[in-house]
Write a protein that binds this ligand. Structure first.
Ligand code: GUN
Length: 299
């Protein structure tokens, strides 16, 4: 049976280091890291995510600011809010919760966030830094950063000689994850829906990262014996065994069967999920240190 990588515990250790850095920054400068989270519309899942981000920000000693805008907000109104937050020196991090309602040009909004306040790491300036191997001066997208931290807990800093396969090529996750693995010297394959014989590509992976958004797609025979498996999927599926109409969360990996083959595996929930919020807090405290021209803490 595989070792189950405890994302909750890893996240708690990041949060504790972030809190320490935040308290120390306030002690030195009187400045609290400020995180502004913007949510538009009524989507309950998005509201749940945003609430937990706000709660965690307070727990880290941040100034947590939430802007909740109605569904019918216009592009211009949302843009005006982002412009105000960009100009506000008390705000060090800005996150616009995605997806935005359909009538928005999301990319225009996201790209207008100043790179130094882009704690989601989605601005092309931050994405470009990862692509060119600069992992020190920008902000790294939270889910890939959190997934990397879990990989490094198993394998250490240097992944030389290891084959890594990332399934999924999104800008939010797959691409930056592939680039972070490459920066750590892994030999990286970015696989996706058009990859031929995906199962056999995956079977070559010492580190297999799944981010496809399809419940339990990665089966036992996709996993190389003794591989490390990082499951980024969060899929809600019916769970009739819990009662009529009940649901449960599962990843992109068939956990029970894959854990009979892998050496280490992240569970869903409790794996990568908690790391995403922890790295958002880490990015915010890093941005606040940079704004004060102080050396940035490492996580
Ligand atoms: N919606 C789901 N995950 C994320 C995320 O990491 N960042 C933003 N901005 N929106 C999301």
């Amino acid at each position: 049976m595989a070792f189950v990588i405890d994302g909750k515990e890893a996240a708690a250790s990041v949060i504790s280091a972030v809190t320490e850095a935040s308290v120390s920054l306030e002690g030195k400068t009187g400045i609290k890291p400020g995180l502004a989270v913007v949510i538009v519309g009524e989507d309950p899942a998005s509201h749940a995510y945003v609430n937990s981000k706000g709660k965690m920000a307070k727990q880290c000693g941040f100034n947590s600011i939430q802007h909740t805008l109605p569904e019918e907000t216009t592009q211009e109104e949302l843009q005006a809010l982002v412009d105000t937050l960009n100009a506000d020196p008390a705000v060090h991090g800005i996150l616009v919760q995605l997806p935005l309602p359909k009538h928005f040009d999301s990319d225009a909004i996201i790209q207008s966030i100043l790179p130094e306040k882009d704690v989601d790491g989605l601005n092309i300036a931050n994405a470009g830094k990862i692509a060119t191997g600069d992992l020190d001066t920008g902000l790294i997208s939270c889910t890939p950063a959190g997934s990397m931290l879990l990989v490094k807990r198993v394998h250490g800093e240097d992944l030389s000689g290891l084959n890594a396969v990332v399934i999924g090529r999104s800008n939010l996750f797959g691409k930056p994850m592939g680039l972070l693995l490459l920066a750590a010297n892994a030999t990286v394959t970015m696989a996706h829906s058009r990859t031929k014989d995906l199962a056999s590509v995956c079977r070559n992976a010492d580190i297999l990262v799944a981010a496809v958004g399809r419940a339990e797609m990665v089966k036992r025979d996709w996993v190389k014996p003794d591989a490390t498996v990082i499951d980024v999927g969060i899929n809600r599926v019916p769970a009739p065994e819990k009662g009529e109409g009940k649901t449960k969360l599962v990843g992109d990996v068939a956990f029970a069967e894959a854990s009979e083959v892998a050496a280490s595996i992240t569970p869903v929930p409790g794996g990568v999920g908690p790391m995403t919020i922890a790295m958002l807090m880490a990015n915010t405290v890093i941005a606040a240190h940079r704004a004060c021209s102080l050396p940035v803490p490492k996580f």
